[in-house]
Design a protein around this ligand. Structure first.
Ligand code: 6R9
Length: 654
């Protein structure tokens, strides 16, 4: 990747030291890096003791058959016991676990004692349906407490869950049910989205007509919207409230081996069959619990944590369910979209529940920027003390806005890099230790080994770019791709020997800090130069007229690829017209910031960008548009009509 452009990201030269008060009482100090460096496995063995084990592990890591890792293999524990029962036993039954806020404004407050009763009833219910340890349960629910309860109930009886986004189609659901060979599906009549009830049960009915789904013997339906199910299959379908209503509130948790499967989660998979990422019990829980404690400096007695992700994304698994609850946190669970019924909804929720730690994605931050500074300004956000970002590289511009307009100019911002495959946060500042740099995830966490290598697997010197790799196994690493060990080896462990290939481009700056540059598939090749989409996008977003940008390389006879930029303009600029003049202005701006080589050949103003439900821009589809091709798979888009809109808006490519 061209080194000239590194200078651009570093143009935002402000640095932010941790607030003195936070540093003084931080859960984790700089010492942790030293300890982990001196004895990495000893460090993780100590973190495993954060959990309650029925049988403490004596072995930390078995790496005798790489890349198949076994962590804490002779230990035995129950995940649900760790997330719920032990807090109740410790006298914390009255602490609020979940402040639920439905999109229509209905609320529910669930204490740890209530959560224990609900999880026990659900575990008994699954058992009544014949679900046994090892059976897979598909979960297709909106963001309601039953989603969390179901996941914990599955964990309690050792039945791996496979959560599928409520926004996915019947097709996507069917493929995931088939691949995991699920035995039961937990769903709802519907959920609320953008002010309207949106049905879920019909997609389940449709999915279950597909071949390969015959082993699903029960469908449990939560009543959420009150929509009358169009179809009801007697003997298969059962109402959640009827089934759980007749169950005892006690259930004795049984301990499972540390390597017992906990869940399968499918990555969006840009090509081919989706990959079922398999996570197991002891190592996963150890690392999500530790990272939630360390990165969010979580003080369970006083903090109110809010992760805005959907539970259908790994971020929801690790930082709504397993991380916060294993730490006994109080958290917010919100069902709906940020702009329903108005664009200040999130900020209203922060104030209402006194949220202290907020964890969200760059896409949401950029949307809030686009809607205007005056919206958050109307709300008292002074409870916030720490902000997190995840999902995509965060442009320095958005990082600064987040700190200024949401964090009151005082809260630290932690940019956390990780993946479905890594299970938990891997690269991030520590809020009480790190002097932060807008736009950089900076350093691997204590106990994590990551670096940047070139094509020949050589570690690059500071100031250079290449591929991000993880050089040592970590507790919450994926164990395999469900049913396909060879694909696991091929995808992650074959590009570089003995190193996990993350698929992301990255750079090390002169201090050795890591900057993530997006998926390597998205890197563009222009006249022999590698140019990162992230950098061109950051340059565009830094222009006052641009709210959001997505950049792709389109095949070009002269330059191999030509940079094509799709931009969403800010309110006023969008109304002013003269597209040619504006395109010229933006091209000149990028050339000034990054150099002439990075100047987009085409600038295309659009109203929306195609995104996955976790907010990632699907550049592959924009490439299809830029190259006048038929669109590839759109089943994981939040809203597939966005592509029709974009295509209708565009002049045909020259
Ligand atoms: C947690 C999650 C993983 C991919 C990852 C990378 C991108 C995530 C990032 C980031 C730059 C960050 N990504 N966090 N890029 N900075 N802080 O997002 O998991 O949905 O599996 O996506 O997301 O490209 O490889 P997942």
């Amino acid at each position: 990747m061209s080194n000239e452009s590194l200078a651009n990201l570093l143009k935002e030269e402000r640095r932010f030291a941790p607030p003195a008060a936070l540093a003084a009482s931080a859960n984790v100090t700089a010492e942790a890096y030293e300890q982990a460096k001196a004895d990495r496995l000893g460090f993780w063995a100590a973190q495993a003791r954060r959990l309650s084990w029925e049988q403490e592990p004596t072995e930390t890591l078995d790496w005798s058959r790489p890349p198949f890792a076994r962590w804490f293999a002779d230990g035995r524990l129950n995940v649900a016991y760790n997330c719920v029962d032990r807090h109740v036993e410790n006298g914390l039954g009255d602490r609020v676990a979940i402040h639920f806020e439905g999109e229509p404004g209905d609320t529910r407050t669930i204490t740890y004692a209530e959560l224990q009763r609900e999880v026990c009833k659900a575990a008994n219910a699954l058992t009544e349906l014949g679900v046994e340890a090892g059976d897979r349960v598909a979960v297709y629910l909106p963001m309601i407490p039953e989603a969390v309860i179901t996941m914990l109930a599955c964990a309690r009886i050792g039945a791996p869950h496979s959560v599928v986004f409520g926004g996915f189609s019947a097709d996507a659901l069917a493929t995931r049910i088939q691949d995991a060979d699920a035995r039961v599906v937990i769903t709802a009549d519907g959920g609320y989205r953008r002010g309207k009830p949106s049905a879920l049960k019909p997609a389940v009915d449709e999915a279950l007509t597909r071949p390969g789904t015959e082993n699903v013997r029960s469908v449990v339906v939560v009543r959420r919207t009150g929509q009358e199910p169009a179809a009801w299959t007697e003997g298969r379908d059962v109402w959640w409230h009827e089934l759980t209503g007749r169950q005892p509130e006690q259930h004795t948790p049984r301990a499972f081996d540390a390597e017992h499967p906990l869940f399968i989660l499918y990555t969006s998979g840009t090509t081919g069959k989706p990959k079922g990422i398999l996570h197991t019990t002891g190592g996963y829980l150890t690392q999500v619990s530790y990272t939630h404690h360390a990165v969010f400096d979580l003080k369970p007695e006083s903090d109110v944590f809010w992760c805005t992700a959907d539970v259908g994304w790994v971020t929801g698994h690790s930082y709504i369910v397993y991380g916060p609850l294993s730490n006994g946190a109080t958290e917010v669970l919100y069902e709906g979209t940020p702009d329903t019924p108005h664009r200040g909804r999130w900020w209203e929720i922060v104030h209402k529940y006194g949220v202290t730690v907020l964890y969200t994605a760059p896409t949401a931050i950029r949307a809030a920027m686009k809607w205007g500074d005056d919206i958050p300004a109307k709300h008292d956000l002074s409870s916030l003390r720490l902000l997190g970002s995840v999902g995509e590289p965060i442009n320095p511009e958005a990082w600064i806005w987040y700190r200024e307009h949401i964090g009151g100019g005082t809260t630290p911002v932690v940019d956390t890099w990780w993946q479905t495959e890594t299970g938990s946060i891997m690269i991030s500042p520590l809020p009480g230790v790190t002097t932060t740099k807008p736009g950089s995830a900076q350093r691997p966490l204590p106990g994590i080994a990551a670096t940047v290598v070139d094509d020949e697997a050589r570690e690059v010197p500071d100031g250079s770019g290449g591929y991000l790799v993880l050089t040592e196994p970590w507790p919450s690493m994926l164990r395999t791709i469900w049913g396909d060990d060879q694909r696991y080896i091929d995808t992650y462990w074959s590009r570089f020997e003995h190193r996990y290939f993350a698929g992301d481009g990255a750079k090390k700056d002169d201090d050795g800090d890591i900057w993530l540059l997006g998926r390597v598939d998205d890197v563009m090749l222009v006249s022999g130069h590698n140019i990162s989409t992230t950098e061109v996008e950051s340059a565009l977003v830094a222009h006052p007229k641009v709210a959001e940008a997505a950049v792709v390389g389109a095949t070009d006879p002269q330059t191999t690829q030509a940079i094509c930029a799709f931009v969403i303009l800010r309110g006023d600029a969008a109304e002013q017209g003269d597209e040619t003049a504006l395109a010229e202005e933006l091209r000149a701006h990028v050339a000034r910031q990054l150099g002439p080589i990075a100047k987009p050949k085409r600038i295309l103003p659009v109203a929306e960008l195609p995104k996955t439900r976790s907010g990632k821009i699907m550049r592959r589809l924009l490439r299809d548009v830029a190259e006048n091709r038929t669109l590839g798979d759109v089943t994981t888009l939040t809203d597939s009509s966005v592509m029709d809109l974009i295509q209708a808006q565009l002049p045909q490519a020259p």
